[in-house]
Design a protein around this ligand. Structure first.
Ligand code: FDM
Ligand code: MG
Length: 212
């Protein structure tokens, strides 16, 4: 009965701590999907190329300061400005592989003094709901072996631990926790197989709204 409907693409989000290999895995997955004939596109948040994204980039690079609520709203706005394009692509059958999403938005701001996770989630309510969130985990020892933090804002041990705790609290039925302490190739194989299932199951499902 559904065979004449247009198959939509899946919304696949990667989240995880710093140095867990999110960006590497996103890149490899998109290439693999494309090579096997699946329409796929890589998105990344923050998208630093837009006007809002340029402000976020300066903030992260510590070129200038922004009030904590204000930068939270900019990260969120940077997702909302991508919303229509995301919906169009998904409805046209393109699978989106997304490097960070609203969960990073809530987890990072809520790690700051005086912010609750509840408050932080509000601005992203109603964004497209991911079909799956692949949460890559690393112990702090395994992460340390991969090298030190960079120079950007938030790249500090104590802060990152608070972020990791917030991610735990954000977990819901859409999340799959994946141990990232493995070779790039092994991790990629597992992720590729997981996503095959997600892409097939998403085809005829409506796109839901996040946190509603
Ligand atoms: N970050 C990312 C946030 O604080 N809020 C958000 O909504 C998003 C998407 O920005 F520290 C933080 C997470 C990270 C920094 O991310 C830049 P990348 O993935 O390193 O570019
Ligand atoms: Mg970074």
């Amino acid at each position: 009965a559904v065979s004449n409907q247009i198959e939509r693409g899946a919304l696949i989000v990667f989240e995880g701590c710093d140095r867990s290999g999110k960006s590497t895995q996103c890149g490899k997955l998109v290439e693999r999907l494309k090579n096997t004939g699946i329409k796929a596109k890589l998105l990344k948040f923050p998208d630093r190329r837009t006007t809002i994204g340029k402000m976020i980039n300066s903030y992260l690079g510590q070129t200038y300061d922004l009030e904590d609520h204000a930068i939270h709203l900019l990260f969120s706005a940077n997702r909302w400005e991508a919303r229509d394009t995301m919906m169009t692509l998904l409805n046209q059958g393109t699978t989106l592989i997304v490097d960070r999403y609203a969960y990073s938005g809530a987890a990072f701001t809520a790690a700051k003094q005086g912010f609750s996770l509840e408050w932080c989630k509000q601005t992203d309510i109603g964004l497209p709901q991911p079909d799956t969130v692949l949460y890559l985990t690393l112990t702090s020892e395994a992460a340390a072996k991969r090298g030190g933090f960079g120079e950007e804002r938030y790249e500090k041990e104590v802060f990152q631990e608070k972020v990791a705790k917030n991610f735990q609290d954000l977990k819901d039925k859409h999340w799959q926790v994946i141990d990232a302490d493995r070779s790039i190739e092994d991790l990629h194989e597992e992720i590729y197989h997981l996503t095959q299932k997600v892409i097939n199951q998403a085809k005829y499902k409506p796109i839901e709204k996040l946190w509603t």
